[in-house]
Design a protein around this ligand. Structure first.
Ligand SMILES: [Zn+2]
Length: 235
């Protein structure tokens, strides 16, 4: 069976929370605590839709992901030592727990890694479609990510954080979230695509969780393990 992150595999509370969710969803009777056919807390393998993946890893134990319809919302900029409201938000913010894996939405080539004043730690990927995909405010860059490297759809680029709006390493000016920017000739509004990817991803994993619960009820360990291996991933 696929295992979640080592540090979290032994956690008790999230497992109980998941069972509660499945029970509410009509998948009851939920397996008893200690039953071998209970999924461990784990990240979902990225779901591909429309040739993209949702850029924040989803899990079966956290549900803090929130999308903001914030394209072109007013933004503060530091000008001559004073904060002024002159900028516009050229992307979409996805709220998530600090440390959550950030996934490349597309296959492509890493073009930029490192710090800028507003973005904090960021990774930029030139997608195979020619567009630039920009992931900002990261708490960490994934080991080995460097300019010129090829990445696949779903490759871990880094971790969600709240860096930026200051000198290198500066953080905590805002809650942790991923800023996603997509640039064609100019920045384009990524929100409609990101929203669709999120919905498709949630729908697919909920369907799989219901099938998994049915296999657990039937005691079909072999099929349960096979589906769990497809559904979950070590990220
Ligand atoms: Zn943003």
């Amino acid at each position: 069976m696929a295992r979640g992150p080592r540090a979290l595999t032994g956690a008790r509370t999230p497992r109980i929370a998941l069972i509660a969710v499945l029970a509410v969803a009509g998948a009851s009777p939920a397996p008893a605590i200690g039953d071998p056919l209970v999924p461990p807390p784990a990240y979902y393998r990225p779901i591909v839709a429309e040739g993209f993946t949702f850029p924040v890893a989803r899990t079966n134990w956290l549900s803090v992901i929130e999308l903001a319809k914030d394209w072109h919302a007013p933004r503060m900029r530091l000008i001559d030592g004073q904060w002024q409201q002159v900028g516009r938000h050229e992307g979409n913010d996805i709220t998530a727990e600090k440390g959550t894996p950030v996934l490349s939405m597309t296959a492509g080539t890493v073009e930029a890694v490192g710090w800028t004043f507003y973005s904090g730690t960021r990774v930029g990927v030139r997608g195979t479609d020619g567009r630039y995909y920009f992931y900002a405010h990261l708490s960490a860059v994934a080991p080995g990510r460097a300019a010129g490297q090829s990445v696949r759809m779903g490759t871990v680029l880094g971790r969600v954080g709240n860096t930026g709006y200051g000198p290198p390493g500066h953080e905590d000016e805002f809650p942790p979230h991923l800023h996603v920017g997509i640039r064609d000739a100019d920045w384009v509004n990524p929100y409609p695509l990101i929203r669709r990817l999120y919905k498709r991803s949630v729908r697919a994993t909920l369907r799989a969780e219901r099938r998994l619960a049915a296999l657990a009820r039937a005691g079909d360990e072999e099929s349960f393990d096979r589906l769990a291996a497809r559904l979950y991933a070590d990220l």
